[in-house]
Write a new protein. Structure first.
Lengths: 669, 669
């Protein structure tokens, strides 16, 4: 039915049937890289951002790194435990959004919805920025192309995802395992070397750091900020609870096992990297010029913490160093890919609930919510461009959304258990899961406050600006769709009774498309039929009238005066005059329309007639009949069906039966 | 007819009748500012650019300024004389384009056409950049907003011109006369002071200039470059020969007088400013940091030459200084406005000849070629953004186009006279005008070579890149329109004979818009009628079938299976099955369409149905009937006409006559 050789087909592959949707579901070994990559890849920047803040305070403060890291590790455990409960209670893929929506009301759900939407966009922006950082750490010559690289990668991800979820899962699975393997190897080698008395030493350990002297309160605040930045390692844990429907049966069990695996690996990697960073004395600053002794800080890019550790443990330029940095970059792409799975899914859930444009709900040929994919790519590209792919700036906006959704989700779970306790299903209440959710709710809410306080002035205010706007937009969209639904709902009393059947063929010049429109109008056997020409140029009008007479067409040609060089207004006035004479009939206006045009042909055609049609559509009791005319009939166009038996190609003359019909019509009126 | 309170009306004013087009014609006192402002304002940057190049060579080379200026003055006289002849021979407003087209062939005409189009865009960009320069010279605090100011001014000009030519003429007339007056006052005061032994001294005379030592050839090249830059004072002379139709009767005589007036004033101002510049020892450099002694060259913007002279003669900060700089800035806006008159006119001439999209030919409600205005504004804004409103960079691209068009126009005039001499109208040949055009052709062609050689490496290559691309585009558009014209031309043998009259109403859900479409389809009394629903969701389909039965509609509802969640393909297959049974009938497909939507409502509606319609239009023998449904019927929309007598508001139920008709139909098939 569709053309197998169109560019869309080649890029996206064959369309998939609805029935195959189940075959697109993910086994655990594929689901882990697809959904856990976001959380796992967070260790590529989580510890780094923590070191960055601590470095501000100087060497004395850096010594607190293990304690801050311990705080982050506990939080990961708590959030994973909380999500573990949530996945079973709400396995439909709505995740925190659904929990908040059902237990705290639609408005709270919408808060989570907008927070998650923002967060998915930031996941893409941050992951891609961090990925590019690691690529540049491996190949410093690419330094000047940071932004271009980031935007190109986002475009690549969007294209891959428009192809569909399965292919992206398979194509992206290996890097995650390579990443986990290479980081474990890094940690293992580093720790073994330390145990053997040959601890790795980072190149940056030689740079002095000048910390400002701190008060007790200042130190506490700095530690809180470091903790908040380290919490960026928690981003991505929500991905699994939002993606349960994509798991194979038994969905909940598989999702929960994947969640635990992910939490365990994530904590191991975070702990290991932090430990190695402390051992190797990694110094990482927002601006390398703050590091005393850093040569040429304006032009030489700073290596990421992972790359610094790779250099210290494996040796700079060694094959294992490149394996580590490239695997890190690739897994960060996978993390961005997580958002390309989550954002369109959430968008379609929001659209189904009437909070987002319906077009987000439509699945494309490849069972993907294409519009969501495109929207996400545009948003992330915009952020990357606005912040020039600067990871440290982007990370300030991140986390807020994640913790808004964690908190609302966990508070929602607490309410869920309390409701269960008060309802008839009291027996289903489980005290241990309830306690887990309660602790999780308290912790995540507290961290949300910490994160907000410490990050607001550093850029997070932008999220507090965009979030409410998004919330308001979705709220209004919901109200709007509701009003339209009420407005168009048919009820028992809805009855129309259109009267009369007059038809008008708009004639500009005597061309084949116009004649075809006339022919179709005749075939439809309207009660009355006339051709109308708007008199813009008296010369052209005379030529047309002459040609009309000579052609022998007996449908009357009426001339509508047009002092404003406009076509629609004279035609509308003509319709009014007709109705003044014949009563309020339904009027069908026939116009030819070029179809099968290439994009540049659309610039050269159809504009004027589109404007006319647009205005005629606003007239009471008018229906527009578009008679297609295919320019270049030899060009193949997609759904043209097979030419029907006995039917000539469109645009080609057939039997000369027109005249007879014209006669019949002309005599009637 | 149209709504008087729409934003478009408030911004653009009432629509004007074609008959009033003559009333829009310009008397000389208005035509001078409208068409001559471009040429006159060129003296704001012409002498400055000349000084800029000479300054490169140091003080010794600066002494050659009067001779270079003399060369420019002679060239102005020659070009004005040549245009004087051209205006009479070709008064239709095609200007150089028409002369080249008729005498040197369509391809040469197209060269001039593309050169002029580029030049109009550059006129806007250069004039606005120079205007902003003068504003910043008066108010240095605006320095950081150079680009923003320039883009805002272009937007303002576009809005003013979308209102129509008369208003823009009146609104812009005064500044030109104020500009001429204030520059004459500047020159007069300066010269009188010099004669009285108190010559004005520019502030910049104190800065030393370090010229590189030059060879004889180097000196010659530098003088040629200075001459080429000074020639930017010639830009705009072509405006009158391109705008003859906008003059009042007698058009040719009025245009010629305006041309002479313009030439005289232009030469006076150019000579005066150059003389004052030499007397006051003005130093102007591309980068103020090249001027030894210039304090804080990185942050303090350099004053324009006009502003420097104003400071030297009137005193910095004096009322006359502000009058001069502001009048200069305003007249430069007027010059940009010239392009807003010329570009759309040339675009419509090109469109009428089939070289540009037809949409450039359409006049809007206000008798303005709106699309041309918008296109010009976009092009100029793009240039200003790309070159950061840097006058010295933009000026390098300028002039080329002007001299291409001068040369082709004058060579065309020479050919014109030679043809006249060889034809029967030999008596009309005039030797003096012929000699003038001959000299003018030789001079302008030589200058074109000089300008190309001296400016190519400094940025003019861009014009030599865009020009041919534009030429090729217009050439292909012409060929394309020709082919389409041949393809759709009706001849004596063109006969169609559409057969059969089947109608389908697409039904998604049982809503009022769908019922209205059904009602109209019934009113059109097709031979056969059925409702078709694509079965995307079996649950929804069952609900629809139940509602259909309960509503008592007797038009049969057919369900088309849709395994791909697509609507168009199942409907197309349904049509194929129908035709396999009943033969190749014309099929009219009815769909409701929301009309009168606000822009944001368009995002929320209609997308899906537009995609379906697009695909159905490609099927053989299918006509689409759009039945409009106005959401929010209380909202006023433009051409809604008055509600017809006896007709209910669209969207409101009327009499219950549907059922009777349904019965008639259902029993027929």
């Amino acid at each position: 039915m569709t053309n197998a050789f169109s560019p869309k087909r080649i890029l996206l592959g064959k369309p998939l049937e609805s029935d195959r949707a189940d075959g697109q579901l993910l086994p655990k070994r594929i689901a882990l890289p697809v959904f856990a990559s976001d959380a796992l890849s967070s260790v590529a920047y989580g510890p780094q951002e923590m070191f960055l803040i601590l470095t501000i305070g100087g060497l004395a403060v850096l010594a607190h790194a293990p304690w801050v890291a311990l705080g982050v590790l506990c939080l990961i455990a708590i959030v994973v435990a909380g999500s573990f409960q949530l996945v079973r209670a709400y396995p439909s893929g709505g995740g925190d959004y659904e929990v908040a929506h059902r237990n705290l009301g639609p408005r709270a759900g919408l808060v989570v919805g907008s927070a998650l939407l923002i967060d998915y966009v930031l996941t893409v922006a941050v992951s891609v920025a961090s990925g590019v950082d690691n690529v540049i750490s491996a190949f410093p010559a690419l330094g000047p192309f940071r932004v271009e690289l980031a935007v190109a990668l986002i475009a690549l991800l969007a294209a891959a995802n428009l192809r569909g979820v399965r292919e992206s899962g398979t194509a992206f699975a290996i890097p995650t395992y390579v990443f986990i393997g290479s980081v474990v190897l890094l940690i293992g080698t580093g720790l073994v070397r330390t145990a053997l008395g040959d601890p790795p030493v980072a190149e940056s350990s030689g740079y002095a750091v000048e910390g400002d002297p701190l008060t007790q309160a200042g130190l506490a605040l700095l530690l809180l900020r470091a903790f908040a930045s380290g919490c960026s390692a928690l981003t991505g844990i929500e991905a699994i609870s939002n993606g349960v429907p994509a798991f194979r049966q038994p969905k909940v069990r598989n999702a929960r096992i994947t969640l635990l695996l992910m939490g365990g690996i994530s904590m191991t990697l975070f702990a290991g990297i932090t430990a190695l960073g402390v051992i190797a004395k990694v110094h990482y600053a927002e601006d390398p010029c703050d590091l005393v002794g850093y040569a040429d800080c304006a032009s030489v890019p700073q290596q990421s913490v992972i790359a610094q550790l790779g250099t210290a443990v494996f040796g700079g330029g060694s094959p294992l160093f490149f394996l580590l940095t490239i695997a890190t970059a690739l897994v960060l792409m996978l993390a961005a890919n997580t958002a390309f799975n989550g954002f369109p899914l959430l968008g379609s859930v929001l659209a189904a609930n009437g909070y987002a444009p319906k077009s987000l709900q439509t699945r494309g040929d490849r069972l993907v919510h294409s519009n969501g994919v495109i929207l996400l790519a545009l948003g992330a590209a915009l952020l990357v461009l606005a912040f020039q792919a600067d990871l440290n700036a982007l990370i300030q906006l991140y986390i807020i959304g994640v913790f808004v959704s964690f908190s609302f989700g966990q508070i929602g779970m607490v309410v869920h258990w309390r409701r269960l306790l008060r309802s008839k299903r009291r027996s289903e209440f489980q005290p241990v899961p309830f306690a887990i959710n309660l602790v999780s709710a308290v912790c995540t809410s507290s961290v949300l406050v910490v994160v907000t306080v410490t990050k607001f002035a550093h850029g997070a205010w932008l999220v507090f600006l965009i979030g409410p706007v998004l919330w308001w937009l979705m709220f209004r969209i919901h109200r709007y769709y509701g009003r339209v639904r009420d407005e168009i709902a048919a009820d028992r009393t809805t009855q129309f009774g259109a009267k009369g059947d007059h038809a008008i063929v708009l004639v500009g010049e005597l061309s084949k498309p116009t004649l075809k429109a006339l022919d179709y109008a005749i075939a439809a056997r309207h009660e009355s039929l006339e051709a109308v020409h708007a008199d813009i140029d008296p010369e052209a009008t005379k030529r047309l009238q002459k040609a009309w007479r000579q052609s022998g067409i007996r449908v009357p040609l009426r001339i509508a005066p047009s002092p404003y060089r406009d076509i629609s207004v004279p035609v509308i006035e003509h319709i009014e005059r007709h109705r003044a004479e014949h009563g309020p009939e339904v009027v069908t206006v026939y116009t030819p329309k070029y179809v099968g045009l290439r994009w540049w042909e659309r610039i050269l055609h159809n504009h004027k007639s589109a404007r006319i049609r647009h205005k005629l559509m606003l007239v009471h009791g008018v229906t527009l009949a578009l008679v297609p005319w295919q320019l270049h009939p030899d060009r193949p166009i997609a759904p043209s069906a097979r030419p029907l038996p006995g039917e000539a190609r469109r645009g080609e003359p057939r039997r000369p039966v027109v005249r007879r019909r014209h006669e019949r019509h002309a005599t009637r009126r």
